[in-house]
Design a protein around this ligand. Structure first.
Ligand SMILES: [Zn+2]
Length: 156
């Protein structure tokens, strides 16, 4: 049985890992060739460019990790849909989030077991950079709502 320290990133190719300085940079490119429109659900294969995301990932040991994601931008062809272009959604980095779900979950677990201030200090020693106000906001939103939001998106 082999164990990998690199998590599985569905539909992504790891292009490069740059580990000379902190944070470690993991460069990933999407291999997705079609995606459903988030507005109307119509599948699209019309890739109209790419865009970059840089979410924070769980640390490797005590080294901070940032992902450099290249994901696709699609065009929706449904004539009545007001969404002309949309960006590919990732199940493990919710849209508009700057951290992976695993990283958010780690932060929330600490925050729920201690105060936001203590969680922020402990997270910093682990290589997770997050402010106390962000922790408070995430606690109010809750990981559950983040995941449910994504599931609602998937069901469209
Ligand atoms: Zn659409």
């Amino acid at each position: 049985m082999s164990i990998s320290i690199v998590p599985d990133y569905p539909n992504m190719t790891i292009e490069m890992i740059v580990g000379e300085a902190s944070p470690i940079q993991v460069v990933l490119t999407s291999q997705v060739t079609s995606a459903p429109c988030p507005r109307c659900g119509t599948p699209s294969t019309r890739i109209r460019g790419t865009y970059q995301r840089r979410p924070q990932e769980l640390p490797w040991g005590t080294a901070a990790v940032v992902l450099q994601l290249t994901v696709h931008r699609f065009r929706c062809d449904a004539p009545a849909c007001p969404q002309k272009f949309f960006c590919e959604r990732l199940s493990w980095v919710p849209v508009y989030q700057r951290r992976t779900i695993a990283c958010i979950q780690r932060i929330l677990t600490m925050a729920w077991e201690m105060s936001a201030s203590a969680a922020q200090r402990v997270a910093e020693t682990m290589g997770i950079h997050v402010s106390r106000s962000t922790i408070n906001r995430k606690c109010q939103q809750g990981l559950y709502s983040l995941q449910m939001g994504y599931q609602r998106f998937q069901q469209r």
